[in-house]
Design a protein around this ligand. Structure first.
Ligand code: NAD
Ligand code: UDP
Length: 314
């Protein structure tokens, strides 16, 4: 019998790539989404596949399903979207995790949580290893997401200790690629769309803050390896250690698109982390995983995807 997977947030950016990969492995996929930031277009091509099923549902409500594995990705990931309704973001994280962990306990499913580098906050240790506890503001505009994700990790480990639930926790660092929304609001998609439209490139702050960008296929490979690995709960960092300033990213996008867009410096939002880079020694050791696609290769593929969408806009 093929493995039955539940992917919450399956119509989103990462979730839709994950659904594709699981189907390619010959497994069954129940894709659950409330379409807050997900789109039917991301998974439309999967609908005719008899191994694929789409469920419109909000993870803050309980649901009963017979599944072997749960990938819990439901949660808006872009600051613009998770700050739109911060109370809902906390609910999605906490109640979503409680509902999915309850389901995993009931049907004895293995469950993976899509956690985040944001649990390290504005890190005082660089690069960030899993052993670092983080530097997080509890009351700022990013807290709904950061603290939501932190308490979700706590819930995962408490369900593991208290109820023996078979958990996996991955901490995802900035990931990009095709299927991101044009209005996603995160830096890679913003810069590419702005460059393609000839609009100003909006750099928040002076652009000296850093991020490390992972191409989506590399990330999905890491997620799947983690789910397949026995006897290892994590948390484990998944990300590309290549670190760039936001200014460097803007210059790279301008060079690759040949755009004449100007740079527009805007105020830096509060609590914006100054630097971020994953220490991936644990993932190398336990999952034999490391990213294969550098920014130089991933950006052109992403530009190609957005170029089609921008062209369709006319
Ligand atoms: P995304 O916004 O594209 O996808 C999130 C999906 O979850 C969307 O399809 C959305 O409609 C769905 N969703 C949101 N709230 C829901 C709810 N209450 N019930 C059901 N579905 C809901 O974001 P993404 O980049 O694909 O991120 C996926 C997961 O990975 C998220 O949990 C995010 O926190 C995590 N993550 C992503 C990154 C990244 O760089 N992309 C980094 C760290 C962590
Ligand atoms: N950023 C920027 N211009 C934009 C969008 C984002 O300069 O149009 C900056 C943002 O301030 C942050 C970095 O790029 O320092 C990454 O932002 P993103 O929203 O992609 O992710 P996160 O801050 O959650 O890592």
């Amino acid at each position: 019998m093929a493995i039955v997977n539940l992917v919450t947030g399956g119509a989103g950016f990462i979730g839709s790539h994950l659904c594709e990969r699981l189907l390619e492995r010959g497994e069954q996929v129940l894709c659950l989404d409330n379409f807050f930031t997900g789109r039917k277009a991301n998974i439309e091509h999967l609908l005719p596949n008899p191994h694929f099923e789409l469920i419109r549902h909000d993870v803050i409500e309980p649901i009963l399903l017979e599944v072997d594995r749960i990938f819990n990705l439901a949660c808006p990931a872009s600051p613009v979207h998770y700050q739109y309704n911060p109370v809902k973001t906390v609910k999605t994280n906490v109640m979503g995790a409680l509902n999915m962990l309850g389901l995993a306990k009931r049907v004895r499913a293995r469950i993976l949580q899509a956690s985040t580098s944001e649990i390290y906050g504005d890190p005082k240790i660089h690069p960030q290893p899993e052993s670092y506890w983080g530097n997080v503001n509890t009351i700022g505009i990013r807290s709904c997401y950061d603290e939501g994700k932190r308490v979700t990790e706590t819930l995962f480990f408490d369900y593991h200790r208290q109820n023996n639930v078979d958990i996996r926790v991955v901490r995802i660092f900035n990931t990009y690629g095709p299927k991101m929304l044009v209005n996603d609001g995160r830096v890679v998609s913003n810069f590419i769309v702005q460059a393609l439209r000839g609009e100003p490139i909006t750099i928040y702050g002076d652009g000296s803050q850093t991020r490390s960008f992972c191409y989506v296929s590399d990330l999905v490979e890491g997620i799947i390896r983690m789910m397949d690995t026995d006897g290892f709960t994590g948390p484990v960092n998944l990300g590309n250690p290549g670190e760039f300033t936001i200014r460097e990213l803007a210059d790279e996008v301008l060079a690759l698109t040949g755009s004449k867009s100007e740079i527009d410096f805007r105020p830096l939002p509060s609590d914006d982390p100054t630097r971020r880079q994953p220490d991936i020694r644990l993932a190398r050791e336990r999952l034999d995983w490391e990213p294969k696609i550098p920014l130089r290769e991933g950006l052109p593929r992403t530009i190609e995807y957005f170029a089609k969408l921008v062209k369709e806009e006319g």
